[in-house]
Design a protein around this ligand. Structure first.
Ligand SMILES: [Zn+2]
Length: 290
């Protein structure tokens, strides 16, 4: 679905009050907010492919352009290489690609980045936001998760100014957090997902999207001991599949509390994929009505 890719110019991505804007895509939107180029392909891509197959419009943004991800090219060259790889990966996912907003290790929970990410959320108008765990192996990941939650939280607040200014939008949004890298928190405690998504039917497509990040093979070999990033993706997907007790390959999600994000609790990801494609962990926390 490469022909569906629009570079940061989704339908409705117009200036406020632009009456000549094209009609908005009527499909529900899932927005994936990752920290670095390749994170979405590692952790979210199977779920995004299934949502796209189910008729959803999917959008991707990597907050960092990935400028530190090389042993041989400088920051600017690396940023350019990785932007091209990110676009290619998004094309393989059938996703709208939004430009990065920061540099590696510079993803902080701060005003400038929050205002810019909030503009992306208002433009995309997601029903579902997929992002990192709030506690993860890298601060960039944890801060991305926090920024994503607040950017969704302020989507309808008229007095919160985005950069660039985009009119507030109405509607519920549900935020899901991916499994942390390594499937554990930084203090080694195992993390259990609320929802398991069966990604077996799209695993090869997920691998092809990850393989679009060709520059990362040598980098991850050298710096993180990942003998093959594709093999790491296989192992992680298979490990979550094993946790699920049902699937060969899976992705796991934890659902953010709905307060401030949706009028009432709901699980649009489970609803969109249906029981043939996902199931809740038996110990998934239930909410008491307050
Ligand atoms: Zn990352």
């Amino acid at each position: 679905m490469a022909e569906d890719v629009a570079m940061d110019s989704a339908p409705g991505d117009s200036a406020p009050g632009d009456s000549a804007a094209p009609a908005r895509d009527a499909r529900p939107v899932a927005l994936a907010i990752g920290a670095h180029p390749d994170d979405i392909e590692f952790h979210f891509a199977g779920t995004l492919l299934l949502l796209a197959d189910a008729g959803w419009s999917v959008h991707c943004i990597n907050l960092s352009g990935g400028d530190c991800g090389s042993m041989v090219t400088d920051n600017a060259a690396t940023r350019a290489i990785r932007a091209a790889e990110g676009r290619a990966a998004a094309a393989l996912l059938g996703a709208t690609f939004h430009e990065s907003l920061a540099d590696d290790l510079m993803i902080f929970y701060e005003e400038r980045l929050l205002r810019r990410l909030a503009a992306v959320v208002r433009r995309a108008r997601p029903r579902i936001v997929l992002t990192h765990a709030l506690v993860d192996y890298m601060e960039d990941h944890a801060n991305t998760g926090r920024l994503a939650v607040t950017a969704a939280f302020v989507r309808g607040m008229p007095n919160f100014r985005t950069d660039p200014p985009i009119d507030p939008v109405a509607g519920d949004v549900t935020v899901y957090h991916a499994m942390p890298h390594g499937l554990r928190d930084p203090l080694r405690q195992p993390v259990v997902p609320h929802l398991f998504v069966d990604t077996g039917s799209v695993h090869e497509r997920k691998r092809r999207a990850l393989a679009a990040h060709a520059s990362q093979k040598d980098w991850l070999d050298a710096t993180q001991g990942m003998d093959s990033y594709l093999a790491s993706c296989d192992r992680m997907s298979a490990a979550i599949g094993s946790l699920s007790g049902r699937y060969a390959f899976a992705e796991g999600w934890r659902r953010h509390l709905h307060l401030g994000l949706a009028a009432r609790d709901g699980d649009p990801l489970a609803d969109a994929l249906g029981p043939a494609r996902c199931h809740a962990h038996p110990d998934s926390p239930l909410l008491l009505e307050i």
